[in-house]
Design a binder for this molecule. Structure first.
Ligand code: AMP
Length: 329
């Protein structure tokens, strides 16, 4: 069975962007493939983070995974830091990725540009190395992500080419998979920027209450034209709302635009978008609350760690053996 893997890092409040671009689709793979979904807690350490916040965010993501419909009987759900093979493979594959290519990564350039040179940790620079290790450990063929992560997956692919060229057919070639609709949800307050985890006005957080979420949608930045159609360059705000509407209704952008054809009041348009978001998120949030209250995610993570370790260690051995590390058994 084909292996599918993805992860989200517990750095802040999860957004509607994470939900539409990644989380919502993870469960789609669990009936036809072997799914591995993890909490990228080691990646969260690449930027300064309070320990208690990191712990809380990690619990939240575990609960969100379960609330999204991932079934722990079908999918392996785990914490990255509970599978030491991630760090061990990282320390091997780091020798096959180069400073030049790492310094060209958009995410590194964006994040480091906002920091003092003295504050930029090696982990931030080497972020894609650990991400490659995450993917390669599970022989994952498909990696569902939002658009911003494709560059990192391309790098992992380059690594596989390089490594296999040198050592033979050792690593499985992964492929990034983004959704046709919603691979890049934009901020509601500045629709030329990606919705990230940092702007309380423009980002819809999955933990916001429904009233706040509706309010954010109703005050989303649009334009003066009062016509609803898709044109991300000239109408980024309207196009973003159309994308959210289309993604959550599982229809194409064209179908969404057709639905709003002739609508001349942005208030009406936004209300329908808000209704769609509420229809999707209200039950999801209710499930999340139940899961957090019951603490059931803890057993899921423990069980997940066992399954993940067993599989990851097999790949790790294969790689250690290929590069010439002496094995004693
Ligand atoms: P992160 O929060 O950076 O760990 O991202 C987790 C997943 O959510 C990755 O697959 C991202 O590509 C995806 N993602 C994050 N922000 C967005 C966004 N604004 N639109 C679509 N996907 C996103």
């Amino acid at each position: 069975m084909e292996r599918i893997l993805s992860g989200i890092k517990p750095t802040g409040q999860l957004t509607l962007g994470n939900y539409i671009g990644a989380l919502r689709h993870f469960k789609d793979f669990q009936d036809n493939g072997e799914v591995f979904i993890f909490i990228a807690d080691l990646h969260a350490l690449t930027l300064p983070i309070d320990p208690e916040v990191l712990r809380q965010n990690s619990r939240d993501i575990a609960a969100f995974y379960l609330a999204s419909g991932l079934d722990p009987k079908k999918a392996t759900i785990f914490l990255q830091s509970t599978v030491s093979a991630h760090s061990e493979l990282n320390s091997i594959v780091q020798n096959y990725l180069y400073m030049g290519e790492l310094s060209r990564m958009t995410q590194f350039k964006d994040k480091s540009a906002k920091m003092n040179d003295k504050e930029i940790g090696l982990g931030l620079f080497a972020y894609p190395v650990l991400m490659a290790a995450d993917i390669l450990l599970y022989d994952a063929k498909t990696v569902p992500v939002g658009e911003d992560q494709l560059q990192h997956i391309e790098l992992a692919r380059d690594l596989v080419h390089r490594f296999n060229h040198k050592y033979g057919d050792i690593l499985v070639m992964p492929q990034g998979k983004v959704n046709k609709v919603g691979a890049r949800i934009m901020s509601l307050s500045d629709p030329t920027k990606k919705m990230s985890k940092s702007d309380p006005k423009g980002d819809i957080f999955l933990k916001d209450d429904m009233k706040t979420i509706r309010k954010k949608i109703m005050s989303a930045v649009t334009d003066m034209e009062a016509l609803v159609y898709y044109d991300p360059v000239n109408k980024p705000g309207v196009s973003n709302l159309l994308t959210i509407y289309a993604a959550l209704n599982d229809i194409t952008i064209e179908e969404a635009a057709k639905h709003f054809e002739g609508c001349t009041r942005y208030g009406d348009f936004k209300k329908e978008v808000a209704d769609t978001v509420e229809r999707e998120l209200a039950p999801f949030k209710a499930r999340y609350e139940e899961i957090i209250a019951s603490g059931e995610y803890l057993d899921v993570l423990k069980e997940g760690a066992k399954k993940a370790n067993a599989i990851a260690n097999v790949t790790l051995k294969r790689v250690q053996n290929a590069v010439g590390l002496l094995t004693l058994e």
